[in-house]
Design a binder for this molecule. Sequence first.
Ligand code: AMP
Length: 288
Amino acid sequence: MTSSFSNLSLAEPLAPAVAEMGYETMTPIQEQAIPVVLQGKDVMGAAQTGTGKTAAFSLPLLQRMLKHENTSTSPARHPVRALVLLPTRELAIQVADQVKLYAKHTNLRSTVVFGGMDMKPQTLELKKGVEVLVATPGRLLDHIEAKNTVLNQVEYVVLDEADRMLDIGFLPDLQRILSYLPKQRITLLFSATFSPEIKRLASSYLQDPVTIEVARSNATASTVEQHFYSVGADDKRRALHQILKARGMKQAFVFVNSKLGSRAWPAHWSVKASKPPRCTATKARTSV
Ligand code: AMP
């Protein structure tokens, strides 16, 4: 049975933010991770985007950081206390947006830095002082080297989508960033899988972590019938056409991995390509 946020006794400024988001019951990762993070333990969580893991780590971290909350305009009174690392600009923006919403009734500040854009606006934000810094590893290192931020008061680190960070080749950057942080800290690692590389990362940087695993939120419903066809790349479209025809399907949703891919369907198919909100796949709606 899932429990309600009201059972959690979230602090005064956080509870209304959660209510305003329309959340009532906790997702499984929230139910398991929030109490553990509130207790100040390291966590190794197997959870993907879409499971509610951002709130699972943000809410307890914000709650723990409330003791530092202040309205001073001095940057020195707003050092980075929590660092959240993510592999891509899109994920970093998504997480930073959510953190801002959860923290909206607090005086805790947050910002996001990522590569591929001018450093100046990010530098201005960093220099004002922020308690929560959401970042992609490469750009964070640029800011550290430029002395735009100091991480010697970090108390919490979140390695989010850790498997993807390793896939992209961020391990050396992560190692460097982690070497700048105080040893006395709480570290949370989230990954879709616990591969040997992830376990190695965890054993180097986490202390006695509590392991939390939740079912994939996108596991297929038992009512969905699945078939697998092994077809060469050049035959895929023809094969799909045949399958749809053979089954007499008048309409179908076809998910492809790029916008370009969706344009390659036969001209007599009506194809609309659009980016679904939290999915990297491009959706093509086809009528055959
Ligand atoms: P995340 O996995 O953290 O990216 O969250 C996925 C989506 O679920 C986001 O749009 C959140 O706003 C939403 N969400 C997170 N927790 C809850 C909850 N307990 N109830 C309803 N929606 C939620």
